[in-house]
Design a protein around this ligand. Structure first.
Ligand SMILES: [Zn+2]
Length: 296
């Protein structure tokens, strides 16, 4: 799922191309992408893009006269910048926003279509979609500590809960926890003040570093390779590969649709966390530490 750094680079690329430009039309090939019906989807045609905003993982177009279009990419939604009026691709294409300079095409891989477009005539509608999480790059130390301790959750859940933090998902939470050297299953109520400080620093550094890295790689080009798995990540998507800090094999906890990756040496004092697929496979014999796993 595109997370804060991905959305920021999309927004910057969009700003450079459509801010101040008039939207000439809206095409929709997959009507289920539309989540509101009033105003109608083509109501902003002829309006100018006054500004662009990020609300959590959502991209918001602000039009003049006042109207707002919200796009949520969910897991597999992506944005393409194509020549003007380029046909919407079959199967993956959902909708297109046409400008004289080019067409923004919303695509989504897979059969399960979850990306959405909302239209509102006032900011209240946009605000109504906000899950209420704090902005991780803007929260003060006190706000950060307060929000992370509000409910006693595992760190992995707390970081990825949009009611707690805005814009962090499965990929960057793995990278953040690796950087902070904290266990994904550590309970937030057990965090010391020192650990909260370390976590906050890791959140800010990770999100900023990844945003900067992507922006530098793009050099003004359109972000075509928005992916949850980047070759230069430390642990996310790196199961079995060497931790760049200590060389131990990266571990995982497998869930129904995704997995958490971590380094046992750096984050859990060598302890392996319960992994359903691994425990099923090994039944009672499943190793509890990195040493036992290596011996197995
Ligand atoms: Zn390590």
């Amino acid at each position: 799922m595109p997370e804060l750094p991905d959305i920021v680079v999309y927004l910057e690329a969009l700003s450079a191309r459509v801010r101040g430009r008039a939207l000439s039309g809206v095409r929709v090939s997959s009507p289920s992408v539309l989540r509101t019906f009033d105003p109608p989807y083509d109501a902003p045609a002829g309006s100018t893009v006054e500004d662009l905003h990020r609300v959590g993982k959502r991209i918001v177009f602000e039009f003049d006269p006042e109207m707002y279009m919200v796009i949520h990419l969910m897991v597999a939604g992506r944005l393409r910048w194509e020549p003007p009026r380029k046909p919407i691709p079959k199967k993956v294409g959902l909708a297109a926003l046409d400008f004289d300079e080019g067409s923004l095409i919303l695509t989504e891989q897979g059969t399960h279509k979850r990306a959405g477009i909302w239209l509102f005539s006032s900011w209240d509608g946009v605000a109504g979609l906000d899950r209420g999480g704090v902005e991780p790059l803007e929260a003060s130390e006190a706000e950060f500590a307060d929000v992370i301790r509000r409910e006693n959750r595992t760190l992995k859940r707390a970081l990825t809960d949009p009611r707690i933090f805005s814009g962090i998902g499965n990929s960057y939470s793995d990278e953040i926890l690796w950087k902070a050297q904290l266990s994904p299953v550590k309970r937030t109520a057990q965090l010391t003040d020192d650990e909260v400080t370390r976590l906050r620093r890791a959140v800010i550094e990770s999100l900023q570093e990844w945003t900067d890295r992507m922006r530098d790689e793009l050099e003004g080009e359109w972000p075509k390779k928005v992916t949850a798995f980047r070759p230069d990540m430390a642990v996310h998507g790196k199961y079995g590969e060497a931790c760049p800090r200590c060389g131990s094999p990266v571990q995982r906890i497998v869930y129904a649709s995704n997995e958490t990756n971590y380094c046992a040496t750096c984050q859990t004092e060598g302890k392996l966390l319960a992994d359903r697929s691994l425990s099923r496979l090994l039944k009672d014999d499943w190793p509890k530490t990195l040493e036992e796993l290596e011996e197995a």
